[in-house]
Design a protein around this ligand. Structure first.
Ligand code: ARG
Ligand code: ZN
Length: 876
């Protein structure tokens, strides 16, 4: 059944208040929900109250504390319909349901993880707790009473402020919570169990003291210190930059080890995958620290962008997610290096969102229909949604963007709104018409801008011909031209930037060229010599840009651009050209050639000590196999791509081994481990250089000694990856893998890394290794992190292994999907999206992939989640 945006209408009944009582038990939890409603003005008296459910068992139903005659209601596991309700007066419905948290393997609704009760309600999990108008435009204040065994669950938490609690004298106790801020059901949360805590406080700008608590498994408290620090910095930053203060007496975070996603912004009680809370130098990499900082911030920022102002319906998901990702990106940019952060964002966008936009699962940032909303928590909604917000900031400029955001907070606080409401705030604040711009929300597909330039020495003009096309995507064949804010610089041969005396053919603000037509001819006057254009500075628009540019010109940009992101972009484009060529050469059995200009460019950036090490490390890290496949576009042979890339790496390494060795020495750190961005940058550069040294060397000794010498998880896991990927059969590798496992056997998050490193060993033999690892006692098919670390990493990140020429990789995945789906459909559906680019493979592999997909599609009793993904993947 498909839900359409155009069918939206408000509920017939208005929910006024919610009062919930939980009597917790692993197998038989009793939930009593007292709901006060009134009929909305103008709604027919015949209209029944229809409440959502999902696999529910109704055990009691009262209207104003009286039994409702059976003729007046109908209950199925997924709906409760009640007729004959009062005309206009408010009434109270009391619904009682019985749940079994222990057997709830979908991890939606109320479930158990490591003896802790916890909930996940977004998007439609609350209906697995009680019958309810489970949609984001139904907002109410909640009171929650929790009753539980005192020994099993000394801690009883829910949203809002703590009201009180007491011993019940029978081995049980209770606690009551009240959340005064009206909220939709997807923000409800409950946690009960025996957990350790880290405590702190934060005083808001207006002087409110907020208690901060992070709950983790007992014994892991010390590993929550960084998350607490990140939380306090997030709270301060949101006050300073967006003027947003926290609004309750307490803010809590709970870390759990079984969680379908990253984290959840429940009001006042965020629940996190423990992977994004726990960190210490011995067990967390620099990337883990950066992710924790970003996700703690993301969920905290949702308090305003998501909770205080929420979505009218789930089509508007990007209203909160795109905006909140934009906010967490800006936060991390302020905490760390802005340019390096931007490079990481663009790498992620291109490797995750661009393939989605170019494949069968493409959809607009604001979709208009869905079968299963869980399948729309996508990188298009999140990351492209963030880019669209960023473009609004670019188009309006800082001050008007701020004015628009202030208006949004002011105008819509306490409401459930739409993307149109959001855009209107920027239009009203700026007086600008954003109607063409808003196509970014509605047209799927990554726009392509093709550019051609010509210089006229006599007239001193540089003319750019710019043409935009938006490729067709499922359900959208013809597209309108978009408003693309393209930041551009014109560099002269000496590296300085040309300052045009005039620009015609497009609106220009600062260095932003506003493209609004299919074809535009832009003339820059007063250009003294042939310029080298540097397009899409800072990645001002999420587009593909085609422009024939020589390695010489790219090197000029890489060396002299004022915009560091653009320097990296030029170097990356130069590398990509070379890698695409090398893949073709490898495929044809020809020798591969590494351009001197590339080696020079890499070295120039890597050894320039005026630049921060983190940037230099990014410069050294070549485009991935997936990047190359995407650039080639169709008829891909992963083995040739891999071989070509290896050859270029080896050639570059050989050409500059001494410089890389010197970098390894120079970047060594002494003293205690610090997770700050600068130290992380030095580690990144040192490791990037080390990998070239190992490539040049061709033997495992240096990686093995780096493994032995590492005193933090960043260096240790990097060295282990080098060993495993480069020397999978070496004795050193086997020894290091065994030692790593032994040392971290009790730390699930580190063991996840152990699985992931092995799942990404290149080559067709890895499938057998993955199968063997599945029977390792440490493998746990019911823990989402573990499943993702082994099966997910293999399918998403091992191009040569997963795309084995014989198709075994796809058939293996199909079996896993069918195995996981009955237990955890969300996890299964997410893993299946690894097949999204199957059509860009060469014919034989594509046939195998299609057959494996068909095998899934033909299986009986598929969940809506998997059946939706598999059908779209086959069709699109
Ligand atoms: N709102 C959560 C977050 O961004 C994610 C919830 C994901 N829910 C889902 N059904 N996939 O931060
Ligand atoms: Zn979010």
């Amino acid at each position: 059944q498909i839900i359409h945006l155009e069918d939206y209408r408000p509920t017939d009944f208005v929910l006024e208040r919610v009062d919930l009582t939980f009597e917790l038990d692993p197998k038989e939890t009793k939930v009593e929900a007292r709901l006060i409603f009134h009929r909305r003005g103008g709604v027919s008296l015949a209209a029944p109250l229809v409440l959502d459910g999902d696999e529910l068992t109704l055990t009691g139903l009262l209207l104003d504390q009286e039994e409702i005659p059976t003729a007046l209601y109908e209950a199925t596991p997924d709906t409760l319909t009640i007729r004959g309700l009062p005309e206009t007066a408010p009434f109270e419905i009391t619904v009682t349901t019985l749940l079994s948290p222990e057997t709830n393997t979908k991890l939606m609704g109320l479930y158990r993880t490591s003896n802790v009760y916890c909930t996940q309600c977004e998007a439609e999990g609350f209906r697995r707790i009680t019958y309810f108008p489970d949609r984001p435009d139904v907002l109410a204040a909640y009171t929650v009473n929790i009753i539980a065994d005192k020994a099993e669950a000394p801690l009883l938490l829910s949203n809002g402020n703590y009201l009180g609690g007491a011993d019940m004298g029978d081995g049980r106790h209770f606690a009551a919570w009240f959340d005064p801020h009206p909220k939709p059901s997807y923000l409800f949360a409950l946690v009960a169990g025996d957990l350790g805590v880290v405590e702190d406080t934060f005083t808001t700008a207006s002087g409110r003291e907020v208690a901060l608590k992070i709950y983790v498994e007992r014994g892991k408290e010390a590993r929550a210190a960084y998350a607490m620090d990140a939380l306090k910095r997030s709270m301060k930053w949101d006050e300073d930059v967006f003027g947003r203060e926290y609004d309750l007496d307490i803010f809590m975070i709970v870390a759990v080890s079984d969680f379908n996603m990253g984290a959840m912004e429940n009001k006042g009680l965020n629940i996190f995958n423990d992977k994004y809370v726990l960190a210490d130098p011995e067990t967390a990499t620099d990337a883990d620290y950066a992710n924790i900082e970003a996700i703690i911030a993301h969920e905290y920022f949702h308090n305003w962008t998501g909770n205080r102002i929420t979505c009218r319906d789930w089509f508007q998901l990007c209203l909160k997610e795109g905006l909140t990702v934009y906010r967490d990106h800006e936060f991390s940019a302020d905490m760390r290096s802005r340019a390096v952060k931007r490079i990481a964002e663009v790498r992620h966008l291109k490797s995750e969102q661009f393939p989605e936009d170019a494949g069968p699962l493409a959809h607009p940032v604001r979709p208009t229909k869905y079968r299963e909303i869980n399948n729309f928590y996508t990188t298009t909604v999140y990351e492209k949604g963030s880019e669209v917000t960023r473009m609004i900031a670019t188009i309006l400029g800082r001050d008007l963007f701020k004015k628009g955001m202030d208006l949004y907070f002011d105008r819509h606080d306490g409401q459930a709104v739409t993307i149109e409401d959001f855009i209107a705030c920027f239009e009203d604040a700026s007086g600008r018409d954003l109607s063409q711009f808003s196509l970014w929300y509605h047209q799927a597909g990554t726009p392509l801008v093709s550019a051609a330039g010509s210089y006229d020495l006599e007239k001193q003009t540089f003319t750019l011909l710019l043409e935009q096309t938006v490729p067709p995507t499922p359900g959208q064949t013809a597209k309108e031209p978009m408003h693309i804010p393209l930041r551009i610089g014109l560099l002269l041969e000496d590296g300085s930037e040309a300052k045009p005396s005039a620009v015609s053919g497009a609106d220009v603000t600062g260095d932003v060229l506003h493209l609004t037509e299919r074809k535009q001819t832009v003339v820059f006057s007063g250009i003294p010599s042939r310029p080298v254009p540097s397009f899409n500075r800072g990645f001002s628009a999420p587009i593909n840009l085609h422009f024939e540019q020589s390695a010489h010109d790219r090197a000029l940009i890489a060396r002299h651009e004022a915009d560091l992101f653009a320097r990296w972009q030029a170097l990356n484009a130069m590398a990509l050209d070379n890698l695409v060529k090398a893949a073709a050469q490898a495929r044809n059995g020809e020798p591969t050639a590494c351009d001197d200009a590339l080696v020079e460019g890499l070295l120039a950036a890597a050894t320039d000590d005026r630049l921060e090490p983190a940037f230099r490390a990014q410069a050294l890290s070549l485009p991935s196999e997936a990047d190359i496949a995407r650039e080639i576009g169709s008829n891909n042979d992963p083995n040739a791509i891999h071989a070509g890339r290896q050859a270029i790496l080896a050639a570059a390494a050989a050409a500059a081994k001494d410089s890389f060795m010197r970098l390894v020495k120079e970047m060594a750190l002494s003293g205690p481990f610090r997770p700050d961005a600068e130290s992380a940058g030095r580690r990144a550069l040192r490791n990037a250089a080390l990998s070239y040294v190992v490539y040049a060397d061709g033997r495992p000794e240096k990686a093995a000694s780096a493994f032995g010498a590492a005193n933090n998880m960043t260096d240790l896991s990097f060295a282990l990856t080098l060993l495993a990927h480069r020397f999978p059969g070496a004795a050193e590798t086997a020894a290091a893998l065994a030692e790593f496992k032994k040392r971290f056997v009790d730390n699930a998050l580190v063991i996840d890394k152990w699985f992931a490193i092995q799942a990404t060993i290149p080559g067709p033999g890895t499938l057998d290794r993955v199968k063997q690892l599945m029977s390792d006692p440490l493998f746990n098919a019911s823990n989402p992190n573990r499943v993702r670390s082994l099966i997910g990493t293999f399918a998403f990140s091992n191009l040569t292994g997963f795309n084995r020429a014989d198709g075994e990789g796809y058939r293996f995945l199909a079996r896993q999907i069918l195995e996981i789906d009955p237990r955890n459909p969300q996890l299964a559906a997410r893993l299946l999206t690894s097949m999204r680019s199957w059509r860009s493979l060469e014919e034989k592999r594509a046939d195998h992939a299609r057959n494996a997909l068909q095998q899934i599609a033909d299986a009986p009793n598929l969940s809506a989640d998997v059946s939706d993904i598999v059908e779209r993947t086959l069709k699109g």
